[in-house]
Design a protein around this ligand. Structure first.
Ligand code: GDP
Ligand code: MG
Length: 162
């Protein structure tokens, strides 16, 4: 069984962008519209020699109705399947109620979580990270998935925590 990484977070934080970068595919739809990825999407990646299964998810928003509710269930299913969870948040928007909702959902699952603060391009990374320390995660990493900044360190951290 290959190790499984799940990408979770509220819509529009950059999960599909990271998925595409890690799997080197264009399969996951990336767009400015929140909530575009409705199902779980599975991909394979070889990260520094180690093969992985990566699951992209539609996102958990916290105000679920209808399709959003389905997306949230898909995300939690992905977490159950995962060996390690990458919880993505957006450095540009700062912490939102939806992020706190996701954190609460993740606390109920006993899975290792790395908090990934994405979109640090063009913002003060230290300040962006500082806001998220209150979540209490041991590992918080800055990332600019669109540009590739922080990906190598993220991969190293994932490999260390296997
Ligand atoms: P998802 O809903 O979490 O899957 O988010 P997407 O991957 O679809 O990305 C949402 C939006 O954020 C898109 O417009 C992306 O181009 C943009 N985005 C993703 N990563 C970055 C990043 O590192 N920096 C910036 N500035 N924008 C990003
Ligand atoms: Mg997506």
């Amino acid at each position: 069984m290959l190790p499984v990484i799940a990408l979770v977070g509220r819509p529009n934080v950059g999960k599909s962008t990271l998925f595409n970068r890690l799997t080197k595919s264009r399969d996951a739809l990336v767009a400015n519209l929140p909530g575009l990825t409705r199902d779980r999407q599975y991909g394979q990646a070889k990260l520094k020699g180690q093969p992985f299964i990566i699951i992209d998810t539609g996102g958990i928003a916290g105000d679920e109705e209808g399709i959003d509710d389905l997306m949230a269930k898909q995300s939690l299913q992905a977490v159950e399947e995962a060996d390690i969870v990458l919880f993505l948040v957006d450095a540009r928007s700062g912490m939102t109620a939806a992020d706190e909702y996701v954190a609460e959902q993740l606390r109920r699952q006993q899975k290792p979580v790395i908090l990934v603060v994405n979109k640090v391009d063009g913002v003060h990374a230290d300040a962006a990270l500082a806001e998220y320390y209150s979540f209490g995660y041991q590992t918080i990493l800055p990332l600019a998935a669109e540009h590739g900044r922080g990906v190598s360190t993220l991969v190293d951290t994932v490999l260390e925590s296997l």
